[in-house]
Design a protein around this ligand. Structure first.
Ligand code: G6P
Ligand code: ZN
Length: 544
C-alpha cells in the first residue's frame, strides 16, 4: 500500500492553552482520539517557512511518549518537514533537545514531557514547542497556537505509514521525509566537554571523591551514566535510579527535599558521600546537596555566578545574570560586586531567551530548581551538577565550605518557599485578588514597614514585550520580602506559592535553619492572607 497524506476532519477541544511550559494534561486527556493531533496541527499551523526543514522530536520517556512520537513523525511528514531528528527510544532530555536543535540548526523541536509531574496511565503528559534558538516558544507563538486550536477543522497525517523503529540508530524514509534516530546523549555530552574542566573532575573522582546522583527513574539516567560514570570515571553505582521508566517507578520525579527524600536522607546521614544531586523527569531541574547540607537553588545560582571564572567555558565572558522574580536576590549581590547586568524576569525559563540571545545574561536561574546558561536555551540539570563538580575541584573545598565562604563574602539571604497544593481554584484566586487590592503600602506588618507592594509586571528589554500579573511582591523597609503567586504548572486545583526571604549580613547569624530565620515572615503572610480561615489549614504541603 502506498503512503499518502490524509486530511482528517476534526473539531476543536476546549482548553488547549499552553501554560508556563507547554500543554500539560492527564494522560487520559491526551489519549482521546484527535487530542494530540489537534494540538500538533495547531503548532504547525502557527509556524511559517518550515517546508523541507528539520524538526527535533523527543521526550522524557514517560507513559504515552512512544505513541506520541509516532503520531508526530507522521504529522511532520504530512505537513512537509524535510527531516526529523528523534532520540533513540523517543528519548531526549529537555536540555539535550535544546542542544540538538541548536547543534543541527533545526527549525524547531517538539518536546514531550510533563517535567516533574508523575507519569503512568494515571499520571500527566505534556507537549511543548521550542523555536530554532533552542528555547521554549515565546508567548506570541503560544498565543497563536492556542488561537489555532480553537478553530481547527482538520489535521494532516499519513495513511498506510509504517511505525518507525525508534530502537535503532539510523535513517529511514517516512512518506518522503527523512527520519534520523540519533543517540540522545552524544551532542549533549560533546557540548559539556567544551564547557567544563573535565580533567580536573576526573582527577577528583580518581582521588576518591564520592557522589550520588539520583536520576529518579527519569530521562537523565542515560546522560548521567554516560557522562559521570563514563567520561568522568565516577565509580559504577554513582548514578542511582538510572533507568528511565514510563511511570518513574511510581515516584514524583521532582528533585526537592520532599520528593527526592531518599537522597536527602542519605546526604544528611552518617554514610553521606561528598556530593549529592538529582534531576527531574525531563532533566532540566537540579538539586544540589553536600554532606549534611542542602543548597537552595537561589544560593546555587549565586555560588555558580561568583565562581564562574573557575569554569573554562565562562572564564572572561560573564556579562550578566538573570533570575526569576521570586528567586532570592542572593545573585544580585554577586552581580553588583562584579559590575554585571542583573535582570529580574517573570517565572518561566522562556523569559531568559531574549537576554541570552542578546548576550545580556550569561547565567540564569530560578528558585524552582532551575539553573542554566547561554550554552542552550533551557535550564539544565546535569549542567548544574557538572558546574558544581568543576567548582569543587577547582576550589578543593567541600560544598559546606564553599557555601560558608560565599555567605562570608556576600552575606546570607535566608530563603524558603512554602507550597499549598490542591487548593480550591476559586478560593485561591479570591486570595490573590484580596491581596492585590489590600492597601499595604506604608503599613506595618509583624513589626516591618511595607516599602513596596505591587503585582509584578515585566517589559522585556530586548523585544519590548510586556507581561502583567506575575506575582504579588511585598517588600519591607529592612529589605525582607514576601512574594505570593499561583503556580502556572499544576494540573489539579490551584497551588499557592509563598516565597520568603531576608538578608543577613552578620556571619555569626548565618548558621541558622532557614525556617527559624524566616519564622516571623511566615507568620506575617499566614495572618495577612488568613490561610487557615480560607482553606482550613495553614500548613504547606511542600517546603523548600
Ligand atoms: C517550570 C518552568 C520554570 C518555572 C517552574 C515553576 O519548571 O520551566 O521556568 O519556574 O515551572 O512554575 P510554577 O508556575 O509552577 O511556579
Ligand atoms: Zn523539568
Amino acid at each position: 500500500m502506498t503512503v499518502t497524506v490524509l486530511e482528517v476532519p476534526t473539531t476543536p477541544f476546549a482548553g488547549q492553552k499552553p501554560g508556563t511550559s507547554g500543554l500539560r494534561k492527564k494522560v487520559g486527556v491526551f489519549r482521546q482520539p484527535h487530542y494530540l493531533e489537534n494540538f500538533v496541527q495547531a503548532v504547525f499551523d502557527s509556524l511559517d517557512g518550515f517546508q523541507g526543514q528539520t524538526l527535533v522530536v523527543g521526550g522524557d520517556g514517560r507513559f504515552h511518549n512512544r505513541e506520541a512520537v509516532q503520531t508526530i513523525l507522521k504529522m511532520a511528514a504530512a505537513n512537509g518537514f524535510g527531516r526529523v531528528l528523534v532520540g533513540r527510544d523517543g528519548l531526549l532530555s529537555t536540555p539535550a533537545a535544546s542542544c540538538v536543535i541548536r547543534a543541527h540548526k533545526a527549525f524547531g523541536g517538539i518536546i514531550l514531557s510533563a517535567s516533574h509531574n508523575p507519569g503512568g496511565p494515571e499520571g500527566d503528559f505534556g507537549i511543548k514547542y521550542n523555536i530554532g534558538a533552542g528555547g521554549p516558544a515565546p508567548e506570541k507563538i503560544t498565543d497563536a497556537i492556542f488561537a489555532a486550536t480553537a478553530s481547527l477543522s482538520r489535521y494532516r497525517t499519513l495513511e498506510n505509514a509504517p511505525e518507525v523503529d525508534l530502537g535503532r540508530i539510523g535513517e529511514t524514509d517516512l512518506g518522503g521525509m527523512r527520519v534520523v534516530v540519533i543517540d540522545p546523549v552524544a551532542d549533549y555530552a560533546a557540548l559539556m566537554e567544551t564547557l567544563f574542566d573535565m580533567e580536573a573532575i576526573r582527577r577528583l573522582f580518581r582521588d576518591g571523591f564520592t557522589m550520588c546522583f539520583d536520576a529518579m527513574h527519569a530521562v537523565t539516567g542515560p546522560y548521567a551514566h554516560a557522562i559521570l560514570e563514563g567520561r568522568l570515571g565516577a565509580p559504577a553505582g554513582t548514578v542511582i535510579n538510572g533507568t528511565p521508566l514510563e511511570d518513574f517507578g511510581g515516584g514524583h520525579p521532582d528533585p526537592n527535599l520532599t520528593y527526592a527524600k531518599d537522597l536527602a536522607d542519605l546526604m544528611m546521614g552518617d554514610r553521606a558521600p561528598d556530593f549529592g544531586a538529582a534531576s527531574d523527569g525531563d532533566g532540566d531541574r537540579n538539586m544540589i546537596l553536600g554532606r549534611g547540607v542542602f543548597v537552595n537553588p537561589s544560593d546555587s545560582l549565586a555560588v555558580l555566578a561568583a565562581n564562574a571564572e573557575l569554569i573554562p567555558g565562562y572564564r572572561g565572558r560573564m556579562t550578566g545574570v538573570a533570575r526569576s522574580m521570586p528567586t532570592s536576590r542572593a545573585v544580585d549581590r554577586v552581580a553588583a560586586k562584579r559590575g554585571w547586568e542583573c535582570h529580574e524576569t517573570p517565572t518561566g525559563w522562556k523569559f531568559f531567551g531574549t537576554l541570552l540571545d542578546a548576550g545580556r545574561a550569561t547565567l540564569c536561574g530560578e528558585e524552582s530548581f532551575g539553573t542554566g546558561s547561554d550554552h542552550v536555551r533551557e535550564k539544565d540539570g546535569l549542567w548544574a551538577v557538572l558546574a558544581w563538580l568543576n567548582i569543587i575541584a577547582a576550589r578543593a573545598q567541600t560544598v559546606r565550605q564553599i557555601l560558608a565562604d560565599h555567605w562570608g563574602n556576600y552575606g546570607r539571604t535566608f530563603y524558603s518557599r512554602h507550597d499549598h497544593e490542591g487548593l480550591d481554584a476559586a478560593k485561591a484566586e479570591a486570595l490573590m485578588a484580596d491581596l492585590r487590592a489590600a492597601p499595604l503600602l506604608g503599613q506595618t506588618l509583624g513589626g516591618r514597614k511595607v516599602a513596596l507592594h505591587d503585582d509584578f509586571a515585566y517589559t522585556d528589554p530586548i523585544d519590548g514585550s510586556t507581561s502583567q500579573g506575575q506575582g504579588i511582591r511585598i517588600e519591607f523597609e529592612d529589605g525582607a520580602r514576601i512574594v505570593v503567586r499561583l503556580s502556572g504548572t499544576g494540573t489539579e486545583g490551584a497551588t499557592l506559592r509563598l516565597y520568603l526571604e531576608r538578608f543577613e549580613p552578620d556571619p555569626a547569624a548565618h548558621d541558622q535553619d532557614a525556617q527559624v530565620a524566616l519564622a516571623d515572615l511566615i507568620a506575617t503572610i499566614r495572618d495577612l492572607t488568613r490561610l487557615k480561615d480560607r482553606f482550613g489549614s495553614e500548613d504547606p504541603t511542600v517546603i523548600t
